[in-house]
Design a protein around this ligand. Structure first.
Ligand code: NDP
Length: 299
């Protein structure tokens, strides 16, 4: 059997960002509308600061307005909610992203649910989670969480019609596992959601034509858990120790072992990660169009 195709998430994301850039240029020219994304960062988490910097840079590169709000770690929940209220009311802001995790004193859920659902470009608001659950099969729900949306785009590019395929999603978080499973159901896959209490996980995974690992455990999914020819999407981002006292990133799948069995696989890094920010930009354009009564471009 030939070695698995490596799905190039970086190239895929560059293509999506280019399409977003074209859509932005068209919105500016035809409707004098510049989509705007506000990103809110509370505290000094270094990984979050890097994500936020990348988001702002890529937003600006796509021709959109980028509004950055950096708040000190001691910010109160009330102060953050007041900022969210101002951004909800600001007509230049079409998308709002509050970078998680928030400091322990602040309840993530209270802040997310204070967002205007139509500006919730992360798709985490309870209204958007509900819309995802209730959208008719085959149609696109409004604002979908960016990581699973990026995974779905890559799967469709790889496989075309997903209908009837067996999909297994390992992980049931609200930000990845559950929305991923819901999107695959929307595409008429037969979906299993596995988690830490799943019995005989390797056997469950071996049933999958599409295997999505969103667990947060380095290289947990072994080569012999994979059905020959399956498409494997590795969402995991795990930093492990490497030689010379350094660290490196690995996914939730043992990529080298998986390559001998799978039909195609996303690498870590360079797979799902780059798609997440590109989908955030796409969601911001979608939100801006909806807020102005325009048909969003299909990305
Ligand atoms: P969570 O920790 O919120 O969820 C992990 C899920 O994995 C839980 O549902 C848990 O089950 C399940 N799990 C844990 N251990 C096992 C096990 N031994 N066997 C089976 N299932 C298990 O993580 P997230 O969903 O937030 O993130 C998952 C991974 O994806 C992380 O590595 C994260 O860094 C990465 N990530 C990557 C993104 C990207 O842009 N590429 C974006 C977001 C996340 P249970 O519910 O039973 O506890």
């Amino acid at each position: 059997m030939p070695e698995a195709k490596i799905i190039d998430g970086k190239a895929f994301a560059a293509g999506l960002r280019a399409r977003v850039g074209e859509a932005v240029a068209e919105l500016k020219a035809a409707h004098d509308l510049t989509p705007g994304l506000a990103v809110v960062l509370v505290g000094e988490n270094p990984a979050s600061a890097i994500y936020v910097r990348n988001k702002n840079q890529q937003t600006a590169e796509a021709g959109m307005n980028s509004f950055e709000h950096k708040l000190p770690a001691e910010t109160t929940q009330d102060a953050l909610l007041a900022l969210v209220g101002r951004l909800n009311a600001d007509p230049k802001v079409h998308g709002i992203l509050v970078q998680l995790p928030l400091p322990d004193r602040i309840a993530d859920r209270a802040v997310i649910d204070a967002l205007d659902p139509d500006k919730d470009v992360d798709g985490f608001h309870v209204i958007n989670a509900g819309r995802l659950m209730t959208t008719a099969k085959g149609s696109q729900p409004p604002l979908v969480p960016c990581t699973p949306l990026g995974c779905l785009m890559m799967l469709k590019a790889e496989l075309g019609d997903l209908s009837g395929r067996r999909a297994v999603v390992v992980g049931r978080s609200n930000i990845v596992g559950k929305p991923m499973a819901q999107l695959l159901l929307q595409e008429s896959c037969t979906v299993t959601i596995a988690h830490s209490r799943t019995r005989d996980l390797p056997a469950v995974c071996r049933e999958a034509d599409i295997l999505v690992a969103a667990v947060g455990r380095p290289k947990m999914v072994q080569g012999d858990w994979i059905k020959p020819g399956a498409v494997v999407i590795d969402v995991g981002i795990n930093r492990i120790e490497a030689e010379g006292g350094k660290t490196r990133l690995v996914g939730d799948v043992d990529t080298e072992a998986a390559k001998a069995v799978a039909g195609a696989i996303t690498p870590v890094p360079g797979g799902v990660g780059p798609m997440t920010i590109a989908c955030l930009l796409a969601n911001t354009v979608t939100a801006a169009c909806r807020q102005h009564g325009l048909e969003p471009p299909g990305f």
